[in-house]
Ligand binder design. Structure first.
Ligand code: HPA
Length: 286
C-alpha cells in the first residue's frame, strides 16, 4: 500500500494497480464507464463479466456511500471491451482529491481511450424535470476556485501537461452521438445539454447557493464527475458525461421541498434502465 497521497499519484504507482488488474482479466478495455448514484445497473449489462471488489485491488480507495457498490466490472457491451466502476469516490468521503481520481489514471494505463461518466444531479434550470437527462457540455469547478483541483502538486509529464486546456473537455462528437442515439430511441423529449457545477458536499446546497449557481450559468449541480473529467482530459482520454436529474434544486424560500438522498436513489431507479440503454447503444457506435 502507498501512503495517503496528497500530491498526485505518479505513473509508476498507478501502474502497479493497472498491471495487477490486467493480470486478473482477459479483457483489454477501450471504454471506461463510471456509474453515478443509483446508476450501477449499467455494469450488469456487461457480457462475460469479471468482477473485482475494490477491497481486493492494490492501492484502490473504498466506496463508502449507499448506492455505490464498490466493484470494478470488466466485460463487453455490444461487443466493445469495457471496464465499469460500480461506485465512485467523492471529496465528501474525506479522500484527498487525488485519490478520488486515481481510478481514471488506472483506466488510462489499462488502455482506455474513452471515458463515459454518469451522475445524479439536482436540476437548477427550471425547464428541467425530475428524470430528465442532461448531456454535460461544460462545467463549473467550484472546489477548483479554492485550489482543490486533482492536478495540484508536481505534474507527471508522462500523463499530461502542467496546464491542460479545459475548453474542449467534453468531446463534441460524443455529445452529438448521444443526442443522435437518444433521438433514435425516442428519448429526445427528456434530453438536454447543459452546464454541470460541482460542489464538495455532503450537505446539499442552500437556496442562496442554488440561486448563485444558476446566475453563474449552471443548469445542474452535483458532487462528482468534474474531477474525474479533469484527470481524464489531462491524460488525453475522450470524455462524455451524462447527468440524471434526480431532484429539482430548491430555489425559492416558499418551497416546502427538501433535497434528500432517498429521492436521488429512487429517481435513479425509475430512469436508470433508459439511461443504461442509451449508454450501451452509444458504446456500440464509438
Ligand atoms: N445537489 C447536489 N448533488 C446532488 C443533488 C443536488 O440537488 N442531487 C443529486 N446529487
Amino acid at each position: 500500500m502507498f501512503p495517503e497521497c496528497t500530491t498526485g499519484y505518479k505513473n509508476e504507482e498507478c501502474r502497479v494497480t493497472a498491471d495487477w488488474l490486467l493480470a486478473q482479466v482477459p479483457v483489454r478495455p477501450l471504454v471506461g464507464i463510471v456509474c453515478g448514484s443509483g446508476l450501477g445497473g449499467l455494469a450488469d449489462m456487461l457480457k462475460d463479466q469479471v468482477v473485482i471488489n475494490y477491497s481486493d485491488i492494490p492501492n484502490f480507495p473504498q466506496s463508502t456511500v449507499h448506492g455505490h457498490a464498490g466493484k470494478l466490472v470488466f466485460g463487453t457491451l455490444k461487443g466493445k471491451a469495457c471496464v465499469c466502476m460500480q461506485g465512485r469516490f467523492h471529496l465528501y468521503e474525506g479522500y484527498p482529491i487525488q485519490k478520488t481520481t486515481l481510478p481514471i489514471r488506472v483506466f488510462k494505463l489499462m488502455g482506455v481511450e474513452t471515458v463515459i461518466l454518469t451522475n445524479a444531479a439536482g436540476g437548477l434550470n427550471q425547464n428541467y424535470k425530475v428524470g430528465d437527462i442532461m448531456v454535460i457540455k461544460d462545467h463549473i469547478n467550484i472546489p477548483g476556485f479554492a485550489g482543490n483541483n486533482p492536478l495540484v502538486g508536481p505534474n507527471d509529464d508522462r500523463f499530461g501537461v502542467r496546464f491542460p486546456c479545459m475548453s474542449d473537455a467534453y468531446d463534441r462528437g460524443l455529445q452529438q452521438l448521444a443526442h443522435e442515439v437518444a433521438t433514435e430511441m425516442g428519448f429526445s423529449v427528456f434530453m438536454h445539454e447543459g452546464v454541470y457545477s460541482v460542489l464538495g458536499g455532503p450537505s446539499f446546497e442552500t437556496i442562496a447557493e442554488c440561486r448563485m449557481l444558476r446566475l453563474l450559468g449552471a443548469d445542474a449541480v452535483g458532487m462528482s464527475t468534474v474531477h474525474e473529467v479533469i484527470v481524464a482530459r489531462h491524460c488525453g482520454m475522450k470524455v462524455l458525461a451524462l447527468s440524471l436529474i434526480t431532484n429539482q434544486a430548491v430555489m425559492d424560500y416558499d418551497s416546502e421541498k427538501k433535497a434528500n438522498h432517498q429521492e436521488v436513489l429512487q429517481t435513479g431507479e425509475l430512469r436508470a434502465k433508459q439511461l443504461e440503454k442509451l449508454v450501451s447503444n452509444m458504446v456500440s457506435r464509438i
